[in-house]
Design a protein around this ligand. Structure first.
Ligand code: MOS
Length: 732
């Protein structure tokens, strides 16, 4: 199904199942420990052995020799595969660093060997008997130092881009110079780790030249193609299966060392092999959100109308890596006739920087929305009012291009009312309760709504059960549930009569889970397949598909009603289709919006920060399942609070690695750090987004929330910190 005209009325609009707050189908399996994760697939294949990955202990240089003799003699050891035995493996989708093979070391803890043994303990013990000689080289590990030689990122297109990494509208410098009120401030954000619960893990088994990987991956379609390319296999010889994924946050968008080394280890050992990356390896072997250095300049008239806005960001990455696109939201969030955005990229020899939940917007809004708070204060304006005043209903780069639907102002107004914003004292440090300084802060949330083509297969079996198969993943987000809701609504059956199967590369290729595009795109793919299934059912039962109503287990038209199961008396019916998004979604700017409100208390002596209340109001199209959507938003709010207050991979700039590479040293918020959270969804639909009229919310919650925390701390204390995370030493 091509989606190239705005969605009209359709069966989803009934909202009997879709749009209802629904418990997650997989919830009971996850909470009872019965959802099988990749490392726990004890049942799928016999005789499993264990692989232990050895990471490079230098950050840059060459491996000159690897002596495996001792390791091979150790108890239980079946095989050792080293990077020197293996030609350099091609990179898969989105890979920056090479995963394995060859003698070049690009970053610390790059995989250099896998030791396979009967037990995990034997593999681990033997790994420490592997002797490695290196020829180290000097590396660059300090972003602040490397920033001096950072290069503009070539802007690929756009008016005024000029190939120098800048995008311009109007004359920023002139307008900024003339503006009566201006802000020019520099900020930094830290390297961050995905810190998902389930580590990267894969069980690999060969049957002749056929490879099956039970793995933990967000994007099965990409992973399937990547594995085939990386291992030089035809795609039909490779199968990936990931029915449950214990979190990803962008860290599992791609194939990593666990999958490649499980496959190579299994081949060498002649047995199925499973590999999980240890926590230290997750920090330094995989990917992270890159640190940034950002500068924001805003010029406004005395009444608070923005006339000039500039946002520049510098980040680092390995050669051929991408920048953290921290300026992207600034192109779209506020009006202003004169605009400049620019990015620079410095080469660093740290582990690979790559996507992490709301890449770009998360660190970009952390900065932009603090700058907006600073500017509002300079203008003597309420920060909510300042944002409302600079709202835009069109793409500021192209007045001909409207937003498909934008209700940022609605979020701001409702949020202010519900949070009791009018009770805020605008004077910093003015409110004290005993030893606590109390403050309120707010910020806008913004994240683009991407759409991706997505396929599904649906089958109505003889019992009237609807079975949905798609390679879509559920990374803890609720995909199983919203897909079941969609099929139930379309086929007119109760939710319990739908079975959803996910994550298998034998199923039709879906959008996968990333960029908050999964919920809308994957359900739209299921919608498309259900439209076809309805046509087949209608035909078998002698109905006209266009006016047949599927409801309450029946197919109805006029006075005639036939049980749905009649259609499958002589056998099941199956249908397959995909949703494909045409130009429509490009003609209008599709984004999601929100407003965060936060109250904090800061200890007057120790500077300990306690977040007391959080509210997020979201405008993100139709909400398919308010319960799982809320969970996504509060999860984002927690993660953004982490970014604001504690999350930072600390770089050893001498030895070139992230030091705090475990969950003791890399701090994330725990229950005690997170207070009452409230989420409100504006009641809206976006017919431009898909037949589901939904948008993503999986990343919206993290966008801007850190700035709201920082702004609340400023309001509480009068101390403006521009280097994040905002650890208490910066307040003393
Ligand atoms: Mo997301 S960072 O595309 O999983």
């Amino acid at each position: 199904m091509k989606f190239d005209t705005p969605a009209g009325p359709n069966p989803i609009d009934r909202l009997k199942v879709v749009g209802q707050a629904t418990d997650r189908i997989d919830g009971k399996y996850k909470t009872t420990g019965t959802a099988p994760y990749a490392y726990e697939r004890h049942d799928v294949v016999a005789n499993q052995a264990y692989g232990y990955v050895l990471g490079s202990s230098i950050p840059k240089g060459r491996v000159t020799a690897i002596d495996t003799a001792e390791a091979l003699k150790a108890p239980g050891v079946l095989a050792v595969v080293t990077t020197l035995d293996t030609p350099r493996i091609k990179r898969g989708v989105m890979n920056v660093a090479y995963i394995f093979g060859g003698d070049v070391i690009q970053h610390y803890h790059q995989a250099i060997a896998v030791v396979v043994a009967d037990t995990f303990e034997q593999a681990r013990a033997a790994a420490f008997l592997v002797r490695v000689d290196y020829a180290p080289e000097e590396g660059r590990f300090d972003l602040a130092a490397a920033a001096k030689s950072a290069q503009p990122v070539p802007a690929d297109s756009g008016e005024g881009s000029g190939g120098n990494g800048e995008e311009r509208i109007g004359d920023f410098e002139a307008a900024f110079a003339q503006a009566p009120v201006t802000l020019d401030a520099r900020y930094t954000t830290a390297d961050e780790s995905h810190a998902m619960m389930e580590p990267h893990a894969t069980l690999a088994a060969w049957e002749g030249d056929r490879l099956t990987l039970w793995t933990s991956n967000q994007m099965i379609g990409w992973g399937h193609g990547s594995i085939a390319k990386m291992l030089g296999l035809p795609k039909e010889k490779v199968r990936l299966d990931a029915p449950y994924v214990g979190g990803g946050f962008g860290g599992k968008l791609f194939v990593r060392a666990d999958a490649i080394l499980a496959a190579l280890g299994a081949k060498a050992a002649g047995r199925p092999v499973k590999v999980a990356l240890t926590r230290p390896l997750i920090a330094n072997n995989t990917t992270h959100r890159p640190a940034t250095i950002q500068r924001v300049r805003i010029g406004a008239t005395a009444d608070g109308t923005i006339t000039a806005i500039a946002h520049e960001s510098t980040s680092g990455n390995l050669p051929e890596g991408s920048p953290e696109t921290a300026v992207s939201q600034t192109k779209l969030l506020y009006a202003g006739a004169n605009r400049l955005t620019a990015m620079k990229l410095a080469e660093l020899d740290l582990p690979e920087g790559n996507a992490m939940r709301a890449p770009g917007e998360a660190p970009g809004l952390m900065v932009l929305e603090v700058a907006m708070d600073e500017m509002a204060e300079k203008l003597g304006l309420d920060p909510v009012e300042f944002r409302v005043r600079n709202d835009t209903q069109v793409d500021p780069n192209d007045p001909e291009r409207p937003f498909s639907h934008r209700d940022l102002v609605g979020c701001l107004r409702l949020g202010a009312e519900r949070f009791g914003w009018s009770r805020r004292d605008a004077r910093p440090g003015a409110v004290r309760e005993g030893r606590w300084l109390v403050g309120m802060g707010m910020a806008a949330a913004f994240r683009n709504n991407l759409v991706m083509k997505s396929g599904a297969r649906v089958r109505l079996d003889g019992t009237g059960t609807v079975i949905v198969e798609t390679d879509m993943t559920d990374i803890g987000t609720g995909s199983y549930t919203i897909i079941a809701q969609t099929a139930a609504e379309m086929m007119g059956v109760p939710l319990e009569q739908v079975t959803v199967r996910l994550g298998d590369s034998d199923f039709p290729v879906s959008s996968g889970s990333g960029g908050q595009f999964g919920a809308n795109s994957a359900t739209a793919g299921v919608y498309a397949a259900c439209v076809k299934l309805r046509e087949s059912v209608a035909q078998r039962l002698g109905f006209n598909a266009t006016d047949a109503v599927f409801e309450d287990g029946q197919v109805r038209s006029g006075n005639r009603a036939v049980p749905l199961t009649e259609a499958v008396r002589d056998g099941a019916i199956a249908a397959e289709d995909m949703i494909e998004f045409g130009k429509l979604t490009e003609q209008q700017q599709q984004s999601t919006f929100g407003a965060h409100f936060v109250e904090v208390a800061v200890d007057v002596d120790t500077a300990e920060v306690r977040v007391r209340r959080m509210l997020c109001v979201c405008a993100a199209g139709r909400i398919l399942n308010p319960k799982s959507a809320r969970s996504q938003v509060i999860g984002g709010m927690v993660m953004g609070t982490g970014a604001a207050l504690m999350e930072k991979l600390s770089v050893d700039t001498r030895r070139g690695f992230f030091v705090n590479h475990d969950l003791a040293g890399y701090e994330v918020p725990v229950h005690a750090d997170i207070p009452h959270q409230e989420v409100i969804f504006l009641d809206e639909v976006d017919p431009m987004s898909s037949p589901m009229k939904a948008k993503g919310v999986g990343e919206l919650g993290i966008c801007g929330v850190g700035a709201a925390v920082a702004n609340a701390i400023y309001n509480a204390t009068g101390i403006r910190v521009r280097d994040y995370p905002l650890t208490l030493d910066k307040l003393l």
